[in-house]
Design a protein. Structure first.
Length: 227
């Protein structure tokens, strides 16, 4: 199993500050995680969106951190957004070899997974093979790699690219136990969200629900507190 680096504690990233934990723990419980003896436990969860910039990486990171806080299971967060990887920055880590190397160069996963500053949470970054990463979704060992990660961690959460931008990523989504669709409030039309869900469903990806993100508060905070 991954050895935690105890030489220095990394700073807690701003993405993981604030009053978000209760909301994301509620999402996990509605997804029946932890499984508590369920015959079909949730072991691999994908998070995606219709368009770029809807907050998928933030939702994925917070779900992973919330899962890590709910028990003693080891949680893995995977950056499968090869074109625009950001999770290494979220956790104040240097970019290194990751998922692309596992899929395209068959580098052993134990050499690629890194512990984060959050207890029980590890990260598998997107990797450094950016010029070749478009081939990663079609790698012959994709399903094998997903199964290997599920066997090592209590929950694996994949940060997936937008469905509209990387249709090839739908193949990865179809190998997971469930997918959450992040929808930015007041930006994405319901017809677009429904079409995206259909694309995922037709590919065999089990869509478990949607997360309404970036909901704006139109009532001034001082007035809202009096209601």
């Amino acid at each position: 199993m991954i050895q935690r680096n105890t030489m220095r504690e990394l700073p807690r990233p701003s993405t993981l500050r604030g009053g978000w934990r209760e909301h994301h723990e509620t999402i996990l419980r509605r997804l029946a995680w932890p499984a508590n003896g369920s015959p079909s436990p949730l072991e691999a969860l994908g998070v995606t969106s219709c368009h770029a910039g809807e907050g998928v990486s933030t939702v994925a990171a917070r779900l992973a951190a919330a899962a890590a806080s709910l028990g003693n299971q080891d949680i893995l967060l995977v950056d499968a957004h090869f074109a625009e990887p950001t999770l290494h920055e979220t956790f104040c880590m240097e970019p290194k070899a990751g998922l692309a190397e596992a899929l395209l160069a068959r580098v052993d996963l134990s050499e690629l997974v890194r512990p984060t500053s959050v207890e029980h949470l590890s990260l598998l970054g997107a990797g450094l093979l950016h010029a070749e990463s478009c081939r990663a979704y079609d790698a012959a060992c994709l399903a094998e790699t997903v199964e290997a990660l599920k066997g090592r961690f209590g929950l694996v959460i994949f940060d997936l690219p937008p469905v509209a931008r990387e249709s090839a990523a739908v193949r990865l989504a179809s190998l997971l136990d469930g997918v959450l669709l992040v929808v930015e409030a007041e930006r994405v039309r319901w017809q677009v969200a429904r079409r995206t869900k259909k694309l995922l469903t037709r590919a065999g990806a089990p869509v478990l629900g949607a997360v309404l993100n970036k909901r704006r508060q139109h009532i001034p905070s001082w007035l809202y507190r009096t209601l």
